[in-house]
Design a binder for this molecule. Structure first.
Ligand code: PLP
Length: 331
């Protein structure tokens, strides 16, 4: 199926992960229901984990400077805003951050917006926190989705959301939003006074030259929170770690206090250690992974090409998912 496997290895399914545990039958089932890739982690991460285990110290952890440096160096590829260590808040996951932000910056029954189709966890987060959802439909084009700004503005005029949860690259459709999109969104956020959460967890599956981070708009608008993580990129979701990037000091302070109120204080040492090694030594592995994803996407286009009357495949600009639309009459 692909020709670039020299630096990456496929996982042998085992029951440690939720993905393989759920159906519990790797002989007969190909599990695709959860967003883990089928690659074993990079060799550098394996070696580092082995050393960690040999050392035998599993005490409470702290966040060393090296962690912040590795995160800042990594995201420097995507932004030109002068970020510092104090702009980074370490959390056990992007979704944990989203729930915390909703609780901190909205009241019960306030409206929280997101684009649809949506990553299901955004809808869950709004529902679970007792807020009202505003689903802003993306406009379906021939093989991609875009934001329809007149619909967007009409809806926010009526519902006055306090937050827009946005993800770029977009899960599930694979759209990567342009600089122009980000600017328009910020213009609307300023006009209608809502906070933007920009979940950029899939950013590493897009070439740097094609991806614009909301971090670059921090100087235009203070109410932006960017979420990143090494977990999708390096297939280490079980390490439960993510970074919340906040430009505004007051928003950052409120967010930190909110985390504290949940008792989220000391980090997961394995997550810290894996983040450092992946960001410092994982680039080559990631490049190979991205090649395989591209090959697989082309394979999909090729194999389904003859069924184009029945199945539409959307442009996979970002993420490792493919978004397909069933148009009927297949078999
Ligand atoms: C867009 C998006 N955000 C967040 C997550 C989950 O992040 P975390 O595991 O850090 O909570 C996923 C996982 O699939 C995702 O696709």
């Amino acid at each position: 199926m692909n020709t670039h496997e020299e630096n990456i290895n496929y996982l042998i399914p085992n029951m440690n992960s939720a993905k393989h545990h759920f159906y519990n039958d790797p002989e007969t089932t190909i599990e695709m229901w959860l967003a883990d890739m089928d690659f074993s982690i990079c060799d550098a991460a394996k070696e580092s984990l082995s050393k960690f285990i040999d050392n035998g110290d599993f005490g409470y952890g702290f966040i060393p400077n090296q962690y912040y440096e590795s995160v800042l160096n990594w995201i420097k590829q995507y932004h030109n805003y002068g970020l510092e260590k104090s702009n980074i808040y370490v959390v056990p996951g992007v979704i944990t951050a989203i729930y915390s932000i909703i609780y901190e910056f909205t009241e019960i029954n306030d409206c929280v917006a997101f684009f649809s189709p949506t990553y299901h966890a955004f809808r869950d987060a709004v529902f679970d926190t007792g807020r009202n959802s505003l689903e802003i439909p993306l406009k379906e084009k021939e093989d991609y989705y875009e934001i329809d700004y007149s619909v967007f503005e009409e809806l926010i005029k009526i519902t006055h959301p306090k937050i827009l949860i946005f993800n770029n690259p977009h899960n599930p459709t694979g759209t990567v939003f342009s600089v122009n999109d980000l600017q328009k969104m910020v213009t609307l956020a300023k006009k209608y006074n809502f906070l933007i959460i920009s979940d950029e967890i899939h950013m590493d599956f897009v070439p740097c030259s094609k991806f614009e981070s909301m971090i670059n708009l921090f100087s235009n608008y203070s109410k932006i929170i960017v979420l990143t993580a090494p977990t999708k990129t390096f297939n280490i979701a079980g390490a439960k770690i993510a970074n919340v990037i906040i430009g505004d000091f007051v928003i950052g302070k409120r967010f930190k206090e909110r985390l504290k109120s949940y008792g989220i204080k000391t980090p997961n040492t394995i997550g810290i250690s894996l983040t450092i090694v992946c960001y410092e030594k994982g680039s080559k592995w990631l490049k190979e992974v991205n090649r395989v994803i591209e090959d697989n996407y082309n394979y999909l286009l090729h194999e389904f090409g003859e069924f184009s009357d029945s199945i539409r495949i959307f442009k996979g600009e970002g993420t490792y998912f493919a978004w397909l639309k069933y148009l009927g009459a297949f078999l």
